[in-house]
Design a protein around this ligand. Structure first.
Ligand SMILES: NC(=O)c1ccc[n+]([C@@H]2O[C@H](COP(=O)([O-])OP(=O)(O)OC[C@H]3O[C@@H](n4cnc5c(N)ncnc54)[C@H](O)[C@@H]3O)[C@@H](O)[C@H]2O)c1
Length: 440
């Protein structure tokens, strides 16, 4: 049977490589629609969790996992020799930056080599990891063509290849994997036809584009747009502060314009796997064409400065009470990169801890979703989340609101803390004002 027919009658087997924030919900979506899904990951801990129907991501419910594990629609493995069993392979592995802030393509390359080792005729491969334009046709396509050995595999005939960027927004109550339209670019028209047919089975709407490059670039545009606009409000926040104007009030007023304005909000800096990282994939690729990505660099500069700005303003706030950062006890509220999630990758809170410590403060943190700060490539903190009580809060010279989790008891924090620096306008938004709360 042709692959497209198998997809349309839901007998196609789907392989998902990388069962993280992107791959796991996607695998669950296919399994919930009745497809047989085989999830692959190198991380044995994740595989063991899933086999026991347990979730390792806060906002992904165990009920959903249990349903498809117990009815056999989702199976998981670390054994990549099972790749030939599936008809479509969807790659959702990380694309971070290395220590020189250049693309670290090792996860994609290693995965592509494994796929190439087991690739069989008739399979579809789609890449979802955010990356620079050209990855699919320059990097993946030749590897897969050579998988045919002497008689090279022909793309669009022997195998199908496409790029379809993930737009996951973890814990967004309004949108989930299946309700976010999905851009798809195929290497050939046949690749596009088959990849579109696949995603049409589970996603509300697919948006076909002319090539994988257009699809890769569309994802970068989305994230660069956010990075640049966040940088703009962060800069305006600093300018307006000097003029004694409240940026939050200004944004609220501007947002009443019914057209031509989209609100972005300032904060302690960018976080997460996407916005602080993805724009620099384009910067790197643009160098090949002797082009500088000035907007991206400038936005990066302003956004990277924000944790330093928060610390600077903290010093000023303490100074008003005849205190210095050096020797102060500081509590950071929230280490996740955004509210109500358990993901602390690239979180500005980590940078804040680092800078406050550098300034001579002793630092604790409280985040109900992150009980222990795991080691990252950059930071090796050995810290446990502090439980918030009146007595505990009173023991700090400074409490810094970095992530505005809904679960925090803002009244308790406001009433018990000696001094608060609020980088998210979290207190005033809840009607809590005080001379000891400083918005930054
Ligand atoms: N997290 C998001 O909100 C989000 C949103 C849109 C796009 N993306 C993009 O999606 C991609 C994946 O991000 P994520 O957040 O899901 O990452 P993640 O770290 O949560 O998950 C990636 C998974 O891949 C596994 N893995 C790594 N190398 C592997 C290999 N060679 N073979 C098999 N498994 C391997 C890891 O063990 C991990 O479980 C990235 O390119 C990211 O930029 C992420």
């Amino acid at each position: 049977m042709e692959l497209k027919d198998k997809i349309l009658n839901k007998t196609a087997h789907i392989g998902i490589i990388g069962l993280g924030y992107v791959g796991l919900p996607l695998g669950l979506a296919f399994a919930a629609k009745g497809f047989n899904v085989l999830g692959f990951d190198l991380d044995e801990r994740k595989i063991k969790f899933l086999e026991k129907s347990k979730s390792y991501i806060k906002h992904i419910s165990e009920v959903k996992i249990k349903k498809v594990i117990s009815n056999g629609k989702l199976k998981v493995t670390t054994d990549f020799s099972k790749l030939p069993k599936v008809d479509a392979i969807i790659i959702c592995v990380p694309t971070p930056l290395d220590e020189h802030r250049e693309p670290d393509m090792s996860y994609v390359v290693n995965t592509a080599k494994t796929v190439a080792k087991y690739l069989r005729k008739g399979q579809l491969v789609t890449l979802e990891s955010t990356t620079y334009p050209g990855t699919t046709d320059e990097l993946l396509q030749p590897l897969f063509e050579n998988a045919g050995g002497k008689n090279k595999f022909k793309v669009g005939k022997d195998f199908y290849l496409a790029f379809s960027p993930e737009r996951e927004d973890p814990n967004n109550p309004d949108y989930s994997t299946v309700t976010i339209p999905k851009v798809v670019g195929g290497v050939t028209p046949k690749c596009l036809e088959i990849a579109t047919a696949l995603y049409d089975q589970v996603i509300i709407r697919t948006v076909p584009v002319s090539s994988p490059r257009a699809a890769e670039a569309s994802k970068l545009l989305e994230n660069i747009y956010r990075s640049v606009n966040i940088a703009l409000v962060n800069e305006l926040k600093m300018v307006f502060d000097k003029m004694n104007i409240d940026i939050w009030e200004v944004i609220e007023a501007a947002s009443t314009k019914p057209f031509g304005f989209k609100a972005f909000y300032p904060g302690p800096g960018l976080g997460g796997h996407c916005i602080p990282i993805d724009p620099f994939y384009l910067t790197w690729k643009a160098r090949e064409f002797e082009i500088n990505t000035k907007f991206i660099e400038l936005a990066g500069e302003i956004n990277t400065y924000q944790p330093y700005y928060v610390v600077e303003k903290s010093g000023e706030a303490l100074n008003k009470f005849k205190k210095a950062l050096n020797g102060s006890k500081v509590l950071i509220l929230g280490t996740a990169y955004k509210k109500d999630i358990d993901d602390m990758r690239e979180s500005p809170s980590l940078k804040l801890i680092d800078i406050y410590r550098e300034k001579g403060a002793s630092v604790d943190y409280s985040d109900p979703f992150i009980p222990i700060l795991p080691r990252t490539r950059k930071y090796k903190f050995d810290m446990k989340s502090v439980k918030l009580t009146k007595e505990k809060l009173q023991s700090y010279d400074l409490v810094v609101l970095s992530t505005d989790h809904s679960i925090f008891d803002y009244k308790l924090i406001a009433n018990s803390s000696r001094l608060i620096v609020d980088s998210r306008n979290a207190f005033e938004a809840r009607g809590i004002k005080s001379k000891t709360i400083f918005k930054v």
